[in-house]
Write a protein that binds this ligand. Structure first.
Ligand SMILES: *Cc1c(COP(=O)(O)O)cnc(C)c1O
Length: 455
């Protein structure tokens, strides 16, 4: 049960002010359009971060490329840059069109962050970037490294000795811990991951195998984060990766936009005023989708339309942005349980930094049921032979919502896109799944088939 009085208002008062709250607390799927969105030019001008910050992050990643080629040989083929491919989803587009009973115009493509090297999820962007930045700061301060050096020297024992004096801590539902744990341990940091109750056993096992200290909490993500933050604050040699507030993480994610633009250019996919780009981004605490969307808006301005996707059990960013209360409210206040198979998205209280940053940029947020994610997981595998974890399917509902719902039509009208939809690109961001063990993936798939085929 939720509370009777939340921030001084009764449930009836909340529902009168924000009618979607009723459906949300009944765990129904909803689709919300953001009235706070501004013209991109103005939003960009007023933002705390800029394209220059994103380019600074990109340059830092480029400095580390030589390190990656040595430390993780699987990154050699991309020159030490951690990046994932885009793929057309022709069959899936057809399938979705039939499912939603209306033609999805334009094209649907998938951004396969499930294939990112090292940790197989979008967390390989922000999480790894933040650890690299910390390592660079430490090495520069120690006078052992200059920015113009070949960073492959960082695999030498003298750097491991340096980094061993420091520790890294993070709170996670699983994937962030995986990314940060792996890269931190490789560089030589001591690392502690505070795992929420949602974290899958195999993720904890894998981290322990790599020498990472895993602390488990019976509670949810917010508790794991605050415990991690508290313990880290006691230790001046500990860097806490703060998923709720970190600008560094956010910028690490945002670099994806610069890379994506190159990929779209190479594939001759045009994005401009006549060829809108819709991006559908699975959202947990907000940093991943927020960073990516922020980067896309810097590059494409009003031509890109970014939507976040959340499980009905954890639609915390929706609650925070819609009400304007951001992290002052959590889904549990409204009797929503924050229990979802989409473990990467199981966050009951959103990042206020991300929510506030994204108000002028974001087009909207929708929620979807676990069953819906499961069914699409099975269908994506059947149609395209692509296997993703449930969280990563959240974006897949987007093209149908735009093409076949009243709210979608309202958005298209409001943005004056009706005549342009044939030239549209629907980009579904597949945020993870690359490291899921086969046995677990098989269970996901079978559950999806059962739900879809109603067995
Ligand atoms: C973490 C995660 C997300 C969302 O990122 P946030 O920064 O938490 O919003 C999406 N998909 C997967 C698979 C994730 O692990």
């Amino acid at each position: 049960m939720g509370q009777d009085i939340i921030l001084g208002k009764t449930r009836e008062e909340w529902e009168a002010e924000f009618p979607l709250i009723r459906d949300m607390s009944e765990l129904k799927e909803v689709f919300w359009l953001n009235n706070g969105k501004k013209a991109a030019e103005q939003a960009i001008r007023e933002a705390e971060l800029s394209i220059e910050d994103i380019m600074d992050a990109e340059r830092r990643l480029a400095r580390f490329a030589a390190y990656f080629r040595k430390a993780f040989p699987e990154t050699k083929k991309t020159g030490g840059i951690l990046e994932s491919p885009i793929r057309p989803l022709n069959r899936m587009q057809q399938f979705l069109s039939e499912k939603c009973g209306s033609d999805i115009k334009g094209r649907v493509i998938l951004k396969c962050d499930s294939e990112l090297p090292i940790s197989g999820s979008i967390k390989a962007r922000g999480g790894i970037y933040e650890v690299l930045k910390f390592a660079e700061d430490v090495a520069l301060r120690a006078g052992m490294l200059r920015e113009s050096d070949d960073y492959s020297v960082l695999i030498q024992p003298r750097f491991k000795e340096l980094f061993a004096k420091y520790s890294i801590a993070v709170g996670s539902t699983g994937n962030l811990g995986l990314s940060i744990g792996i890269i931190s341990a490789k560089l030589g940091f001591r690392v502690t991951v505070h795992m929420s109750a949602d974290a899958r056993q195999w993720k904890k096992d894998l981290l322990r195998e790599k020498g990472v200290t895993v602390k488990e909490y019976g509670k949810d993500y917010s508790v794991a984060v605050s415990q991690g933050r508290k313990q880290a604050a006691l230790d001046p040699y500990c860097h806490f990766v703060d998923d709720e507030n970190s600008r560094t993480l956010f910028l690490g994610y945002s670099v994806a936009a610069l890379r994506l633009k190159k990929q779209l250019d190479a594939a001759r996919i045009c994005v401009d005023a006549d060829h809108p780009l819709f991006a559908y981004l699975p959202c947990g605490v907000g940093g991943g989708p927020g960073g990516v969307a922020f980067g896309l808006k810097q590059l494409y301005g009003d031509a890109v339309h970014c939507f976040f996707a959340e499980p009905v059990h954890s639609a915390s960013m929706l609650l925070g942005m819609m009400t304007g209360y951001h992290d002052a409210v959590c889904v549990q206040d409204f009797g929503i349980d924050n229990r979802t198979v989409a473990d990467g998205l199981a966050v009951g209280r959103p990042s206020s930094f991300v929510g506030k940053t994204m108000v002028p940029f974001l087009s909207g947020i929708y929620s979807l049921t676990d069953e819906h994610m499961y069914r699409m997981l099975a269908s994506l595998y059947d149609e395209e032979k692509i296997a993703l974890e449930p969280s990563a399917l959240a974006g897949m509902a987007g093209p149908c919502l735009i093409s076949s719902t009243e709210t979608g039509a309202k958005y298209v009208k409001k943005e004056d896109l009706k005549e342009k939809m044939n030239g549209a690109t629907h980009l579904v961001w597949a945020t993870g799944g690359g490291m899921v063990p086969d046995t677990v993936m098989k269970q996901y798939y079978e559950t999806g088939c059962r739900l879809r085929d109603n067995r």
